[in-house]
Ligand binder design. Sequence first.
Ligand SMILES: [Zn+2]
Length: 365
Amino acid sequence: MIRCSKCLLPSSLPRSNFNDKGECFWCQTNYPIYKPKGEDRLLTLFDTYRGGRSPQCLVGVSGGKDSAYVLMKIAREFGMKAEAFTYKHSGATEHSLQNAARVCENLKVKHHFVSLRESEHLHVFQSFFKVWIKNPNVISAAMTCVACKHMHILANELAKSRGIPLVIWANCPIEDSPFLAINLKSTNPDQQYVREGLMAGAIRLSKTMIKTPGFTGAFIRHLSLCASGCLALTPAAKYLKFRFPKQRQIFYFDFCDWNPYTIKQELIQNTDWRPPSDVADDWHSDCTFHIIKEYMYQKMVGVSYIDGFLSNQIRREFISRDEALIKLQSAKRYLANNLENALISSGLEKYLPEIDFSCFNKSTI
Ligand SMILES: [Zn+2]
């Protein structure tokens, strides 16, 4: 495997188009374009929601550091009347749920939990994992997490019932792997890629249904959950605008800079948030399913989300390539060592004999 001379992405990836200096396409185009609009713009927007006694915004808090930090800034520094919600599901780790509750208590913010029916999230994950393991493809892998997209719907239902006009999310473009969900070239010069539109997504989904045994069965078994999950893929989805016209969605990091070091430092200094101790990197450590997802992409394309995330950070100069490589190796060791437990705790132990644990080793050179 030949990795890019600037980041960690390999030449084996589709569309990596290495140049003669050994740089990948994403380094040549400095992916991702990320220019926050500035704190002033956010304050101006917040000012239109101030006044009155009722809560002004609802903040999604998983218990991970980014979302906890966003809640801290909004409730304490910007002085917004905020409430928070956490999406609870079978993959949510106890540590992250406790972190979410602790931070809300510390900030004196009302904390809600939202969830699907008992074990529904787990059943969907299991169904599409079973389809994937027999016929690995990107769509089946992506569909394992379709239940998670219901967090966007559940949050808006909660906001609507509480009369909260603004829903705030902590997603950041630096987290987006260029080779996974967002691979279509944008015609807008301020963007490099766009997420697939509904029609294109539906066509790809239909093709997968025809080609992949078991996929249609899994989709029909969880029909309403799969259909609405696909429609509510991101908080910016048109479906949410249509269904919740009085709620507005904003992404905090569209306005304010994302810096992994200051976020962690400020959070630990000012709240009760505690870093997880038993993980290689705290990114995505709020969900056990992420270990299985990393495996699925590692097996299919030889890299996984963490390669993309670290490479994005190298391009933004948050970390050197050498440091990132050490982090990557430790992350892959962690994933290899914890995959078995993740599969067992997800009720997928009978597939252990079919798992290629060594695929993590192949890529860490
Ligand atoms: Zn590169």
